[in-house]
Design a protein around this ligand. Structure first.
Ligand code: 13P
Length: 299
């Protein structure tokens, strides 16, 4: 069977929109209606008119889509696609931090569960974290679970005190990138510009020329002829597709969760309408406030 063709036929028949994250396998990105970073996918999920959304990404992305569009059917081809970063911040940890710092708002990275978001004041993504923190009145802000993203926010918003919860949370894939690796690549490709994701450690951020979300990379990598791309390897596909004349050098970084979905999984999910995402109403209502506040703050 030609899965790609059958998926597109089924999507039309079932009034389904396929939203795919930039780290997903190339063949999944190629059958998408929309590919994007976390913020772009959340925005599109909110605006979409289709009655079904199929989210090809990790579970928190599908939860976010369901929270923003509770009337729609939201499917995820692999519900077991988790995010080890999201698991590092529980609702109990948010409540404890808030009672230790009364009055300080909690900014939660979208890489978190719906239950954790429900305890927080506002969400952020790597595309808008500094804008979100700047938009808050309080001088002290609680931020989690990514301490590397928090460190980048501190650089851009030095007037605020940003307290990380937990103290050292991080994405295992981005956190293991080293300055040695960047320096080795710079020696190999001396004319390349280095761009890293803000989930990388602060010393890797400092060793890079530019920092940004996956969407930022896709928008800005037309500016130069040669790049060293410091994030999950899936991003190379949309970059090469958009800028065929440009040279891209990646690093060894693969998120296994982002590579779980196959064309067969996607086909079966659409055909059978299976793997529906459910978020309990009270949790969804509270989490929605935090996500919508972010969308307003980064408009
Ligand atoms: P982006 O929002 O930059 O796409 O990042 C998502 C993510 O999960 C990074 O690990």
């Amino acid at each position: 069977m030609n899965y790609a063709e059958e998926i597109r036929k089924l999507a039309a028949e079932k009034d389904a929109l396929i939203l795919v994250h930039n780290y997903e396998p190339a063949e999944i990105q190629d059958v998408a209606d929309i590919c994007g970073d976390s913020l772009e996918l959340a925005r599109k999920a909110k605006e979409a008119s289709a009655s079904t959304l199929v989210i090809c990404g990790v579970y928190f992305m599908a939860e976010t889509a369901k929270i923003l569009s509770p009337e729609k059917t939201v499917l995820i081809p692999r519900p077991d696609a988790g995010c080890p970063l999201a698991d590092q911040l529980t609702p109990e940890m948010v409540r404890a931090a808030k009672s230790a710092h009364p009055g300080a708002p909690f900014v939660v990275y979208v890489n978190s569960s719906a239950a954790t978001k429900a305890e927080c004041d506002i969400t952020c993504t790597s595309a808008n974290a500094a804008d979100v923190v700047r938009s808050l009145e309080s001088d002290t802000v609680l931020f989690g679970p990514d301490a590397n993203l928090a460190s980048w926010v501190r650089e851009q918003v030095p007037e605020k005190t940003v307290i990380t919860v937990p103290e050292n949370g991080g994405c295992p894939i981005h956190h293991k990138v080293t300055v040695d690796e960047i320096e080795r690549l710079r020696r190999e490709f001396p004319n390349a510009t280095v761009i890293c994701h803000p989930e990388c450690a602060p010393e890797v951020q400092k060793a890079s020329d530019m920092i940004g979300s996956t969407g930022y990379m896709i928008r800005n990598c037309g500016e130069k002829q040669e790049w060293i791309i410091v994030t999950e390897s899936g991003i190379l596909h949309p970059l090469k597709k958009r800028y065929p004349e440009t040279a891209f050098h990646g690093i060894e970084a693969v998120c296994d969760n982002m590579k779980l979905i196959t064309l067969k999984d996607l086909y079966e999910t659409l055909a059978e309408g299976k793997n529906e995402v459910v978020v309990e109403k009270e949790t969804a209502d509270r989490a929605r406030k935090a996500i919508e506040r972010m969308i307003e703050a980064s408009a």
